[in-house]
Design a protein around this ligand. Structure first.
Ligand SMILES: [Cu+2]
Length: 242
C-alpha cells in the first residue's frame, strides 16, 4: 500500500514537470518541404490610423512629416494587417540557425525600423542610430536581462545579444512615442506580415499544424493549416479588433 502511494506520487511529479516544459524542437533534414503562404486581413472596418505628434527634436524626428502614423496597428487599403508575427508550431524541421549577419534595428527619424524584428534566439541585434541625436534603447525583457542604454550621437551602433526566446517591447526613453518589438524565436518557421498583410513560410515538413498569429494590439489568434510535400498551401486569415 505504501509502495503504491509512493509510486503514484512519483507519477504526479513526473507529469507535472512534463506539462510545464515545451516539447523540444528537433532539427531534421527537410527534403520534401512545403510552403505556407497567404494574408492576414482585418475582420470588419479597421479603425483610422492613430497619429503621433512630434514633441521633441522636430528638426530630425519631424524631417519626413510633422505628424507620424502610430505603428501600433497598420491596416493597408486592402485590409491587410502589417507586422503580424506568424509562427508555425512545428516540433521538428530545418535547423534554427543564428544568422551570419546580425539582424539590424535602426532608429531613423525617431522611429524603429523595422517596427517588429524577428530573429532566432541567440542572435545579436545591431542597434543603429542613423539620426545622429540622442536615443535610449530600452528593452523591457523579463526572460532575458533587460537593457537600458543611452545611445548618444557619437555611438552609431550598440550590440545586444538575446539569448532566450521572448517577445520584447522596445522603447526609447528620450522619445516617448517610439515603440517596437523584438521577437526572439525558437523555431525557424516564423514570418512577419508585410504592409499588405502577406507572408510566406517555406521548407515545412508535410503535416498538420497549429499556427499562431500575434499582433501587438489585436493579441493572439490560433489557426490550423495542412502542408503538403512540395506544394504551396494558401490561406486567407482574419484577425478581429478588440
Ligand atoms: Cu529616441
Amino acid at each position: 500500500m505504501r509502495r503504491t502511494l509512493f509510486l503514484s506520487a512519483l507519477a504526479v511529479v513526473a507529469t507535472a514537470s512534463l506539462a510545464g516544459r515545451a516539447v523540444a524542437y528537433e532539427a531534421i533534414a527537410v527534403t520534401d518541404g512545403g510552403t505556407l503562404s497567404g494574408t492576414v486581413t482585418y475582420d470588419g472596418t479597421p479603425p483610422a490610423a492613430a497619429k503621433i505628434e512630434v514633441t521633441k527634436d522636430p528638426e530630425v524626428c519631424g524631417k519626413e512629416s510633422k505628424e507620424k502614423v502610430n505603428p501600433v496597428l497598420l491596416v493597408g487599403s486592402g485590409g491587410g494587417i502589417a507586422n503580424v508575427v506568424v509562427t508555425v508550431k512545428a516540433t521538428k524541421g530545418k535547423k534554427l540557425e543564428v544568422p551570419a549577419t546580425n539582424p539590424v534595428f535602426d532608429q531613423r527619424t525617431c522611429e524603429f525600423h523595422p517596427h517588429v524584428l524577428v530573429f532566432p534566439a541567440g542572435s545579436t541585434v545591431d542597434v543603429i542610430n542613423s539620426d545622429g541625436i540622442l536615443h535610449n534603447i530600452h528593452t523591457t525583457s523579463t526572460v532575458n536581462p533587460s537593457q537600458n542604454q543611452a545611445q548618444p550621437k557619437f555611438k552609431p551602433k550598440i550590440q545586444i545579444k538575446v539569448e532566450k526566446p521572448e517577445t520584447i517591447a522596445i522603447k526609447c526613453d528620450v522619445h516617448g512615442w517610439m515603440s517596437g518589438y523584438w521577437v526572439a524565436t525558437e523555431t525557424p518557421y516564423v514570418a512577419v506580415t508585410a504592409a499588405d498583410g502577406s507572408f510566406k513560410i517555406a521548407d515545412l515538413p508535410p503535416g498538420d499544424y497549429e499556427v499562431e498569429l500575434w499582433q501587438e494590439k489585436l493579441g493572439k489568434a490560433m489557426q490550423k493549416a495542412s502542408v503538403k510535400a512540395k506544394e504551396e498551401t494558401k490561406v486567407a486569415w482574419k484577425m478581429a479588433g478588440k
